[in-house]
Design a protein around this ligand. Structure first.
Ligand SMILES: *[C@@H]1O[C@H](CO)[C@@H](O)[C@H](O)[C@H]1NC(C)=O
Ligand SMILES: *[C@@H]1O[C@H](CO)[C@@H](O)[C@H](O)[C@H]1NC(C)=O
Length: 502
């Protein structure tokens, strides 16, 4: 007895009670309190998990986010002259590629060169009548600039003029085709290609988003078509300072929205509910919704989730992975944070905690010690370990974002850290990709991409991850700008510090 007493100092109070009350009384009291604890805990958990106050959590997330909106300050819409400058740079890239024109249809590339998205042109659906933009290099006194022209159905000419596509000329130059004509032969026969006088086929670069029937239509009519050249790709890969500021605002703001929401989250929320709360936060700062992948625990072991996620419930132990992108002023964010919620974030707990603390002692008295489950503890330790390995991998990759380093070298730097930690087989995707108007742009950071060299002005995601099937996943994603000299610049605010401070 004496030995046992020494091993368990918390039981001192037991001794004290034993000396004052008859044994039967103690037994009854302990039985009663044990039942009370069980009931109250069950009741508490049930209440807590069935009804988190979503409106209150939403309010908390938005208030936290709005406490500092300085991330919006430096960003402003891309100006008209920048669209013209992009087309001039494209014209020079076309000369370097020995191409006569670049041809594109409404989409992300058109948005980049002409401020017109696919839905700006067709709010309904992409249709079968081609509406194309052409950028042709013209050389005056040795200086190459862009001539911009369009091919459009005749009856749509007025609508094209209403798009407000930035232009040097007061009137857009539009080649029109009637419904019963072949649009591609019409284009080939137009004044735009008259300079070639039928001597050779016009060489045109078609955009990567160009639909196949249009590319085949052009080739069938007599154009020599080819895909993007490295020079043409480079135009959009190098970001201007205006673009960098918009990307910074979008990505810093998206991280801020996740960070502002985290302390408001409580156990019992589902993945779908957390997604909706974050969506509302993003909307509240004028961001457009884009994608928002919220994954709990083993759901996070699939990097992009699956088709059955959404209903899983949050606990204190859950490794939460949120990969989210929003749109702001035409640019995209794409960030990821992996974290735990605060255990202190349970509402109205204090009083009940004290009660449970007291009755917890009584429970010990009832000789039913509940040891923490070893499995739980090991899992938690592995989460912390993996979280830090992924952060180290991200740090290693960040150090390589330098001009002239190959796209492959960045991926390999992160992969080395994860491989050396023994988790190589769990880093199943490339390290990252370019980011701009689109979330995913070239160049792509994978270990095979050895030919592409980084250049100042390129912007990338840096997003290593480790995925343990059936257990959990961890990914950290931030945005980096490659600079002329020195370290790259972080465009997503600040990096994660620990799983409680993502
Ligand atoms: C680009 O388009 C957006 C809306 O789609 C518009 O608000 C903005 O003024 C346009 N920019 C220019 C330079 O025309
Ligand atoms: C990158 O390579 C180019 C040509 O290969 C060279 O001119 C330039 O100095 C290099 N830049 C750096 C930062 O090493």
């Amino acid at each position: 007895m004496e030995d046992q007493g020494k091993k368990r100092p918390p039981f001192r109070r037991t001794k004290y009670l034993t000396s004052k009350f008859p044994r039967k009384c103690i037994l009854l009291l302990s039985l009663f309190s044990f039942n009370f604890i069980l009931l109250s805990r069950t009741q508490f958990l049930w209440n807590k998990e069935s009804k988190p106050d979503i409106a209150e959590i939403q309010k908390c997330a938005i208030e936290n986010l709005h406490a500092d909106l300085s991330f919006l300050d430096a960003a402003s819409p891309i100006r008209a002259d920048e669209f013209l400058d992009r087309r001039d740079r494209l014209a020079r890239a076309l000369v370097a590629s020995e191409a006569d024109a670049f041809i594109l249809e409404p989409g992300y590339t058109f948005q980049y060169y002409g401020n017109t998205s696919q839905t700006d042109w067709e709010p309904w659906e992409p249709e079968e009548r081609p509406f194309l933009m052409l950028v042709l290099p013209i050389s005056t006194a040795g200086v190459v600039t862009a001539k911009t022209a369009f091919l459009a159905p005749h009856f749509e000419e007025g609508r094209v003029r209403m798009l407000g596509i930035p232009s040097r000329e007061s009137e857009l130059e539009i080649v029109t085709w009637e419904e019963h004509w072949d649009p591609y032969s019409t284009l080939l026969a137009s004044h735009l290609f008259a300079g070639l006088e039928g001597k050779r086929k016009p060489k045109v670069v078609v955009d990567e988003e160009m639909r196949d029937f249009i590319a085949r239509g052009l080739a069938g009519a007599g154009f020599e078509t080819r895909g993007l050249t490295p020079e043409v790709e480079l135009v959009r890969q190098i970001k201007s300072s205006a673009e960098v500021e918009v990307l910074r605002a979008a990505n810093t703001g998206t991280v801020a929205a996740v960070r502002a929401m985290r302390p408001c989250l409580v156990a019992g929320l589902t993945e779908d509910e957390v997604r909706d709360i974050l969506d509302a936060s993003l909307l509240s700062v004028g961001f457009g919704l884009f994608f928002n992948i919220v994954l709990f625990e083993e759901d996070g072991a699939l990097p992009h989730g699956g088709f059955v996620v959404g209903k899983k419930k949050l606990t204190q132990e859950t490794m939460v992975v949120i990969d989210v992108g929003a749109h702001y002023l035409g640019y995209s964010s794409d960030i990821c944070r992996s974290f735990f919620i605060d255990s202190a974030s349970q509402p109205k707990r204090a009083c009940l905690d004290q009660l449970l603390f007291f009755f917890g002692k009584m429970r010990l008295l009832a000789q039913t010690p509940r040891l923490p489950q070893v499995e739980e503890t090991e899992l938690h330790a592995e989460k912390l370990k993996v979280w830090n390995i992924v952060l180290d991998a991200q740090t290693a990759a960040a150090a390589q974002f330098k001009p002239n380093n190959s796209a492959a070298s960045i991926d390999l730097a992160a992969r080395k850290v994860i491989e050396e930690a023994g988790y190589g087989h769990c880093f199943t995707h490339r390290l990252g990709h370019g980011i701009g108007i689109k979330a995913h742009e070239s160049p792509y950071l994978n270990k095979w991409n050895t030919k592409v060299a980084l250049q100042p002005g390129m912007t990338f995601t840096n997003e290593p991850g480790i995925y343990l099937e059936g257990k959990f996943g961890v990914r950290h994603e931030d945005i980096y700008l490659v600079r002329e000299d020195g370290d790259p610049e972080l465009l997503s605010g600040r990096r994660a510090i620990d799983p409680y401070n993502p």
